[in-house]
Design a binder for this molecule. Sequence first.
Ligand code: PFF
Ligand code: NA
Length: 460
Amino acid sequence: DATSDNARKDHPMWSSRMAFILAASGSAVGLGNIWKFPYITGENGGGAFVLVYLLCIGLIGIPIMIAEVMIGRRGGRSPINSMRQLTQRDGLSKRWVWIGGMGILASILILSFYSVIGGWALAYIGNSANGLFIGASTEAIGTMFSSLLADPYTLLLWHSVFMLLVIMIVARGLRSGMEKAINILMPLLFVLLLVMVGYAMSTNSFAEGFAFLFQPDFSKLTTAGVLTALGHAFFTLSLGMGVMMAYGSYLPKQVSIVKTAVTVSVVDTIVALLAGLAIFPLVFANGLEAGAGPGLIFQTLPIAFGQMSGGILFGSLFFILLVVAAITSAISLLEPLVEWFEEQKGISRLSGTLIGGISIWALGILTILSLNVWADVHPLGMFERFSGKTFFDLFDYATANLIMPLVGLATALFVGWFMSKPAAENELNLGNGLAYNSFMFVIRFITPAAVLVVFIYNLI
Ligand code: PFF
Ligand code: NA
């Protein structure tokens, strides 16, 4: 049909709507849900932060996910070339192509440290399976974590194993690599998470954990917390990195973008809340600190595993599934770059995956060193805002607080104000009545304003 003439025909496609939902949920559900959401919620005092986070998901996250998938499917190429395609067709400024380029840059930075953390989870499968948590004191478990972070060689080993797994899946291609892996891994994750919530319900601190997540106390909310919530909304939904554009470029024409984006966002949010419900009751039951920071799931959950019956089995399965969740996200982080490589003359999927994967693996070494040997190296220490930040902190900060929101803002503005109306109408497939106009209103005004308000709020 005349409306799909932008999309490439020599392109693989997800085999079904369900395959895309699982892949995009696999990208969304990851360390962000099970590791990061619980600990930033803990650091920011719980309920009020969760409320702001949910607002960010609804008003900013979902509309931007829809916008990214629209661009991806319309362009039918990697984020850079999809933007090039859409701007050339309609005679728009070439500057918009930066959306794709910055997105890919962010995906590279994120994957470089995401893989190191995935490596922690790999190491913890071994720790759990070897019974190291059983009967261990809180102190011993704390030491186990800090000595892992202090040891660059062990970190490098697990980071390498993790990247190797990612490279192997991505190199095999969309259907026989990514789709196959995702189809098995996602349902497993969900079941295991429910088992963990069930265990948390059996402690006598479930109500306390529940209240911590859902009772807002606005006195605990800071401006930094609001910015963190916004950054995390982007991170957790895999936005502002070209990932949803890349995945959208493989989305069959007849699938509803709006419905699938809402589904993926709801799945991601439910998993994050369930992770909180699985973790905080155990934290409180063991008299531990909810605001423990990044070590929360590596220092508190193991204590619980060390005490529950079947702890070796459940602990090992939990960390296996954490790895699984991380891998389905990591493959999505590599895809935009690999898709772009594939579009270059003479670069096959295999070599593109190797070039991209190995470069990102090497970049990950900066994160590893940030945790030990270079813990006191602060590359941008001359700027007050970045003082005390290691390479790892800077990658995390730059992507979550700057690049992702900026790319997201630009994406919203592009789809709201610049993308051709027939193209937008056709991709949304909402007709051109109330539903279409409501979406357009949100993406033109509400989403950009919300992102901007948070930025300005942060500056004051
Ligand atoms: N959404 C993933 C998570 O919550 O862990 C992380 C992530 C994956 C971020 C892919 C960005 C991305 F492009
Ligand atoms: Na997520």
